[in-house]
Write a protein that binds this ligand. Structure first.
Ligand code: SF4
Length: 308
């Protein structure tokens, strides 16, 4: 976040705590705009997934299920059948708002990502254990709990963590956040005695790979970022003040109308007026009851991100 344009926003005390763990995606969300993080991860308002997120989830699901199949059976035909079947489910789940042009974009972009995947590697030669696909990573650094799921890890000549991207590869200066996320997973696994040698980002539509060795200073920086970010979250919660970051993130932010940094007459976040406004925008609030926390098998109070 660029410090010069941040706006301090006071919120009402709603009695909520921070999620008990921090995931790499939560770190990115807080870095983008800590007020948006508060609306979502502390107050519990669910941000509806936009088209890029839906495409990303669809392609990740297809690749996850595809690589769980025996290597000799990982043919293009099987992959396209998986994309068609999973895509139909995704379209049905979102048909209330997907427009005709969205459907075309969803089909074109997910197909382009899958084609890119086959251009980048031969899945029949890829050796990957099922437990290394969507593998959970958990570790504690200076009493901050890291928890997340990596896309996949392979262990041939080198132990490598791979993260799929369904966007085009950004210019080098914008790779930092994505590389730090995978370095953080490598640091987490190192805590349990597994040394990862390399991290990799695969930008599927552009057929681009970015690989980096997991050198010590990069792992240390990722851990330091985790710990300092959690301290900033703690401090924001204590002061009931969160930094809004008006800028490009606002274009896709579900909370614009309730954000005092963007909408002059927006009520103080967390007050009944603000809650009513968010409800009137058809946003849903996650409610965690004792039973669904127990059934989830995770201690997530109040709101961890659901995909980690
Ligand atoms: S509208 Fe912009 S500044 Fe406000 S919460 Fe959303 S991303 Fe942050």
């Amino acid at each position: 976040m660029s410090e010069d344009k941040l706006v301090a926003v006071k919120v009402a005390d709603i009695g909520n705590q921070l999620p008990n763990h921090v995931s790499p995606s939560q770190l990115s969300s807080f870095d983008r705009c800590s007020l948006a993080y508060w609306f979502s991860s502390v107050a519990g308002w669910r941000e509806p997934a936009g088209l890029p997120q839906i495409i990303g989830t669809l392609v990740h699901d297809v690749l996850e299920n595809f690589l769980k199949i025996k290597s000799e059976n990982r043919t293009k035909e099987v992959a396209w059948n998986l994309l068609r079947d999973t895509g139909e489910t995704v379209i049905n789940n979102n048909k209330s708002w997907l427009k005709e042009e969205d459907l075309v974009t969803l089909k074109d972009k997910s197909a382009e990502s899958l084609k890119g995947y086959f251009d980048l590697e031969d899945p029949t030669k890829l050796v990957v254990e099922i437990e290394d696909i969507e593998r959970p990573v958990s570790a504690i650094f200076e009493s901050v709990k890291l928890y997340g799921r990596l896309d996949r890890m392979t262990r041939d000549d080198v132990v490598r963590i791979t993260d799929y991207k369904t966007s085009k590869k950004p210019p080098a200066q914008y790779l930092t956040d994505s590389l730090r996320q995978v370095m953080l997973y490598a640091a987490g696994l190192k805590e349990s005695g597994l040394n990862v040698g390399e991290v990799e980002l695969i930008y599927l539509p552009g057929r681009d790979r970015v690989r980096r060795p997991t050198y010590k200073s990069a792992l240390d920086r990722a851990v330091q970022h985790l710990v300092t970010t959690r301290r900033k979250m703690d401090s924001s919660l204590t002061k009931q003040t969160w930094m809004a970051n008006p800028g490009t993130a606002c274009k896709s932010c579900a909370f614009v109308k309730a954000c005092p940094a963007k909408t002059a007459k927006a009520p103080i976040p967390g007050t009944p007026e603000s809650e009513e406004l968010l409800q009137s925008l058809n946003l849903e609030k996650r409610v965690r009851t004792k039973s669904n926390v127990e059934n989830s098998g995770m201690e997530m109070l109040p709101f961890g991100d659901e995909n980690t």
